[in-house]
Design a binder for this molecule. Sequence first.
Ligand SMILES: Cc1ncc(COP(=O)(O)O)c(C=O)c1O
Length: 384
Amino acid sequence: MSSFNTRAVHAGQEPDAQTGAVIPPIHLSSTYAQDGVGNLRGGYEYSRSGNPTRDNLHTNLAALEGGTRAFAFASGLAAEDTLLRTIVGAGDHIVLGNDAYGGTYRLINAVFGAWGVAHTAVDLTDLAAAEQSIGALKPKVLWLETPSNPLLQIVDIEAVARIAHAHGSLVVVDNTFATPALQNPLALGADVVVHSTTKYMGGHSDVVGGALIVADAELADRIAFLHNAVGAVAAPFDSYLTIRGIKTLGLRMERHSDNAQAIAERLESHPAVESVLYPGLASHRGHEVATRQMRGFGGMVSIRVAGGIEAARQVVARTELFTLAESLGGVESLIELPAAMTHASVAGTALSVPDNLVRLSVGIEDIEDLTLDIVTALDSLATA
Ligand SMILES: Cc1ncc(COP(=O)(O)O)c(C=O)c1O
């Protein structure tokens, strides 16, 4: 099964052996009958430790990212937490991109920081700065996000992974924004891929989940231990919803990318917009690297509003199709003010975001309607 969409539809989705059901059943059972103590029928004993529906999702995720094994969790942060428990301990250092998702930063800073894990935030789009701090700190882990949330910065995965590996660091890439439809970090040298499957993978804003996909079998064994021992596993119905979403991931990402590109181009010349951040624009600092390492630029667009925070607040209040809400990656368009919403937890830190920044999760609706909606909201500022 070589092509992406074929894998998305079929990996881990064999028809049910017993009934022929084309869609494998959702296994809700928490426990499994044993034929004598320890004599398991299908290898399953208890659904925290193993569940057929979650295993189907694991098979699918590993196939999409090109990993040896994958693990599904109750949320993206649960996945990150289990990964960090596996790979760092007191006295270790994490280098992370200086615009990582606020929740990731909070986990590293407030939770792992309290347990003696140090961290340094670095501009990983600057390879000289990356080389300098990774060389000096020799961190256990390099954590990067590309495109990043919410500034849409692009990190050259291959170049940064080479630097990190030369200094013995493990490379973790949060691939939530790009998804494996557009970018494969493991093929570019990463060791672990992280997802908030809540976003594009699920794709319909109806399930919270996370995933880890790993290249190395020994590291996978260590994660498997904590997946069960900590127990933040994905529920069967959530696993099913995620599988169902993934089947259309390729199609959705094409449409998200087309719509986002059109909106980014349209807003670049709008008088109420100071700047548009979208890696598909030739004006974007990371455009060249994104063109090299991605197969599309994704559905996320951020804009800086010319009139500052008050104008930004008005824009997010005035759109009608773009719903004011946190999260992203669903078929419906969303709009939000990161400094006051998704990234409020990093206010006042090195990772704080500009207060006039508005983030758009561009959905798959008709582009004429989406453009009219956002342009009308911006026009109302320009003419006020
Ligand atoms: C890039 C990124 N990584 C990780 C997460 C955390 O995922 P979750 O909200 O599913 O715990 C998010 C959530 O917004 C995110 O945007």
